[in-house]
Design a protein. Sequence first.
Length: 677
Amino acid sequence: MTDDENTSTLHDQSWSRYYAYRALPTLGAKLTLGESYLQSDVFDSFNYIGASVVSDDQMLPPKLRGYAPEIVGIARSNAKVKVSWQGRVLYETQVPAGPFRIQDLNQSVSGTLHVTVEEQNGQTQEFDVNTASVPFLTRPGMVRYKMALGRPQDWDHHPITGTFASAEASWGVTNGWSLYGGAIGESSYQAVALGSGKDLGVVGAVAVDITHSIAHMPQNDGFDGETLQGNSYRISYSRDFDEIDSRLTFAGYRFSEKNFMSMSDYLDAKTYHHLNAGHEKERYTVTYNQNFREQGMSAYFSYSRSTFWDSPDQSNYNLSLSWYFDLGSIKNLSASLNGYRSEYNGDKDDGVYISLSVPWGNDSISYNGTFNGSQHRNQLGYSGHSQNGDNWQLHVGQDEQGAQADGYYSHQGALTDIDLSADYEEGSYRSLGMSLRGGMTLTTQGGALHRGSLAGSTRLLVDTDGIADVPVSGNGSPTSTNIFGKAVIADVGSYSRSLARIDLNKLPEKAEATKSVVQITLTEGAIGYRHFDVVSGEKMMAVFRLADGDFPPFGAEVKNERQQQLGLVADDGNAWLAGVKAGETLKVFWDGAAQCEASLPPTFTPELLANALLLPCKMLEGQPPTAPQKSSPLPAQPLIQEHTQTDGQPAAPVATTTQTPPIPLADNHAVNRKDME
């Protein structure tokens, strides 16, 4: 709502993309059909409808994803090779005598790596490997590729030109050297690119490439139908300075000749009769990170600049300083300073932002100041969180227009994420906002509502045998099964093993889980299914007795009609059962098959549950009339699996003989526990 009485309301609904995708494991790639954006490390991106096949590093083992250097050496004997960074061991392996190659370092490895080769005779070899990475480097012997086919279109889903095709690849020729290139074109536009990336060790990593384009321009009020040809040159550089804990990145200096056109430039010319983004001449970005660990400080600087053949230059920079410190008895304070400048169409925008945060129990109190020319804002804030994942923030302050206040609250519920916000600006506006993020997943195995996730993301449907309110979780906050015993876990990773578990401490009353942890590995976008063995019902003591007065053997399993294990038979037919329901039929299994069955009373009374219930167990057809000798006990399977450890071999159960007169078989009835002693 606003203070203005003359308000208007706009309603708009649109779909940004229609697409489908699936993994192609045999090709190590991802297939996308429909509307998408060109994925390319060589050419500019644009919107199109069609198909693409892109190699996906996520399908590889974690140690083979992205780029990491290859380490080579010679072991004089069987040896242990250790790779460490700043004193921490990152990788360790055993190698036989002779030359060795290590090609499965993690892609996050960078900087100066220290390699130690420990020989069996106690001698050691030590050397350093300096490494850096740019986006175009590929591991030795591997190929990464991207292909697309379709029709470019505008944001209203209207085609712009005819069919285009593109293809590019990067090949790891040797250790630290890669070749890459590609081509893109349609009937009136073609471009080819070729480049090389090199890990120069102590100097850093560099990549250079050249792109040549030919564009047959349209005949319209912006162009005369001429043919333009030109080149564009690019260089990228990255270097880690471990000795001072910093990184310098010179990200893509590009110089383009006046007659060079990218595919996106050409599409602008056909759509708008001019170059919508300007005719770019130069473009580059420089970033620098510096850590001061002993002082608890870090610094970041970035600068980017673009020049054009026929429009004003553009540039912007950002400088930030962060400091974590203690002040007397007050621990974990933080302060930051950020400054920025941007230039666009000849206009400059400068600003400074400062903040200070002080812990207050589990919450924090903060000050924020924003200064931008004649505009300023000073705020005091309070923020906190609860154990159930709720977060809130409250700020009050003043700017050049008067008093100002804002608040924010977020809640991660079992079925939806809720965000609430409120803003007040004196003499200007008041506003309230709310957002709900959730989803619904339906499969042939069932479905459920769930918290929000990325569109088309990987999910796991879990089933608890129709039992509601069972708490389950993956990597994030727990959720609970619905009335059908189904729940969707939306925080499941792709191409890596994921675990889902039941919180045994928060199970509903009368529920037991015989299988509380499941694992699964899914491809991107897949919906997995896993079943938990959960039973719900009464808990009771029972005595199973055969027609000849004998008992089922020690360790025999008791299962319900859904083949769920409810308990194990102990000595003299005694069994502690969990999850039993009145009126159901139980079967007792030994020797790998169901041998006898017993029926439970149609109703349970408190007196019956408080005593041991005698259950005559009728032998099934085709089974021998007597149970096997108790001198051969069956191995017991626990009702609730726990890891136990004993010293030595476990002692075999001792068979005992009781002088108890036969109990006549009759209807189900309770036997007092004292009578069974």
